[in-house]
Design a protein around this ligand. Structure first.
Ligand code: B12
Ligand code: SF4
Length: 436
């Protein structure tokens, strides 16, 4: 029996398609599936070509919204050949009915606690249309992800994905995490994280945790354990929490933390309040960034363009803020109503969504009617922002604050410069036909 796990094409980060980060969820599912299958194969289409004639007895597909059109098409092809199909992930969890038209089964939210039932039903050919439970896995029971099945496992320059904690109870209105994992935060035993790191030759890791350092005591334990491993790593979290404790920041830096991706989102407090993100305190932003710089950690600032209150001038103010505070990088995204979120439900109720093509749900396109800005205007401002931020004078100007990691800083800034100037967005190709 062969299980084929697929991450479909369609991924785009900052308006650029291409190789990004491995899908940890597929490696987790492969680990759960190991006792039940003779052969398991992972294909991430951004890394490797999927042979349309690839054989399989069971096909599992993970999808963010922008991967859904390709995911649906692939599932249709396999089903035509009589192969059973199942999907999961942040898109499937909220678009259950739509996914049900293309897949035999849809997994809502976490899969671990329903995996045994899925396997029993698959082997007796009685798959149910939906698998869902309110039970969350205790992360001490998480099997070691089968990252050995990734393309170029171990040799890839892409940071090895790893997870030390799951969930975030903070509930921002544009995010699906609290909806998927509930108002909980779970951590994995530190010794399991260490064991996973030791298994792979890579020295660079990306912790895909939803909000790292939500638990201070765990963060201390984790960082202490990472120091002897001499790895470099990055992750994402809430700046207000991360910066509460400067000692912890310094410890994280000693533990190899090179950069943290922080959801700044907006520099207007009222806008943050309306997004249920009052825990972000604009008045503390500058001091918090200084603290991270003092610790030797590069700050990647994530901003959302297109809150209701935003105008073209808002982005000029964000640009000045990002330059003044010498952010190492920016991650900008146009406000997108991702399925399940409050933003989505409201935009849908008010009939504001005009683009229903999931392929465009990447954060680089405006898919709903903004109160004051047109699609052209907001997408233009978005592209210009990145072109203004990633110029060589800007890169040199921001360097000194980020000098702790010169190679990482220049490498990442060069990549972004290239993408912003030399690799302008092209019309999105349809993802339905098999890729060449
Ligand atoms: C790490 C991460 C990234 C990484 C890596 C992505 C990757 N290649 O996996 C990077 C930084 C590249 C990234 C980028 C972006 N991301 Co992101 N990211 C995450 C994050 C924080 C964790 C994902 C993860 O690996 N979790 C760990 C694994 C083990 O858990 P999991 O994926 O939830 O999978 C579990 C279940 O869902 C289920 N499952 C999943 N797939 C499948 C498949 C099958 C067959 C089965 C049975 C079960 C199953 O089983 C797993 C175990 O229980 C999630 C938040 C979240 N928790 O989902 C957001 C999230 C996936 N990202 C999101 C977004 C919006 C983005 C961006 C568009 C942001 C931007 N504006 O730039 C970009 C672009 C993404 C893209 N299109 O390429 C959204 C997606 C919403 C949507 N419906 O599309 C999420 C959900 C966060 C949010 N805002 O709500 N992201
Ligand atoms: S803090 Fe981050 S992970 Fe938590 S709900 Fe808000 S956006 Fe999502």
């Amino acid at each position: 029996m062969k299980l084929l796990l697929i991450a479909p094409a369609g991924l785009e980060v900052q308006g650029v398609k291409g190789k990004h980060v491995h899908h940890l969820n597929l490696a987790v599912i492969a680990a759960l599936a190991t006792p039940y299958f003779d052969e398991i194969k992972i294909i991430e289409e951004e890394f490797e070509r999927l042979d349309p004639d690839e054989s399989a007895d069971f096909v599992g597909i993970t999808m963010m919204s922008c991967q859904a059109p390709r995911g649906y098409w692939l599932a249709d092809q396999f089903r035509k050949k009589g192969v059973r199909t199942i999907c999961g992930g942040s898109h499937a969890s909220f678009m259950v009915e739509e996914c049900g038209k293309h897949f035999d089964s849809v997994v809502v939210n976490e899969v671990e606690m329903v995996w045994e039932a899925i396997m029993a039903d698959f082997h007796s050919d009685r798959l149910k249309p939906v698998y869902q439970t309110s039970q969350l896995i205790d992360l001490k029971d998480l099997p070691m992800p089968r990252k050995d099945l990734f393309f170029n496992a171990g040799t890839t320059l892409n940071a090895q994905v790893i997870q030390s904690g799951r969930g975030c109870p903070l509930g921002c209105n544009f995010c699906t995490v609290t909806l998927m994992y509930g108002k909980t935060f779970r951590t994995r035993p530190v010794e399991h994280v260490v064991e996973e790191i030791k298994r792979y030759p890579s020295k660079i890791f990306f912790f895909v945790d939803d909000n790292i350092f939500l638990s201070r005591s765990y963060a201390y334990e984790l960082c202490e354990a990472l120091i002897p491993l001499k790895i470099k790593w990055g992750s994402q979290g809430s700046m207000e929490l991360i910066c509460k404790d400067e000692k912890l920041l310094k410890l994280a830096a000693r533990a190899g933390c090179m950069s943290l991706f922080v959801g700044i989102e907006s520099i207007d407090q009222k806008t943050l309040d309306s997004a249920h993100k009052s825990f972000n305190m604009v008045k503390n932003y500058e001091e918090n960034i200084r603290k991270m710089h003092r610790a030797g950690i590069n700050v990647v600032g994530a901003f959302i363009f297109g809150f209701d209150q935003d105008t073209a001038e808002s982005f000029d103010r964000v640009f000045d803020f990002a330059m003044k505070n010498r952010l190492a990088m920016v991650n900008t995204g146009i406000m997108t109503p991702f399925p399940g979120t409050e933003v989505y439900e409201k935009a849908k109720r008010e009939g504001k969504i005009f683009d229903h093509d999931w392929e465009h749900y990447t954060g680089a396109n405006l898919v709903w009617r903004h109160p004051t800005m047109s699609k052209e205007e907001i997408e233009e401002v978005y592209a210009q922002f990145r072109q203004r931020f990633y110029t060589w004078p800007s890169i040199f100007k921001r360097f000194w604050a980020n000098r702790s990691h010169p190679l990482y800083y220049f490498g990442m800034n060069f990549t972004h410069w290239w993408r912003a100037h030399r690799n302008p967005r092209q019309a999105l190709p349809s993802v339905a036909p098999a890729l060449p």
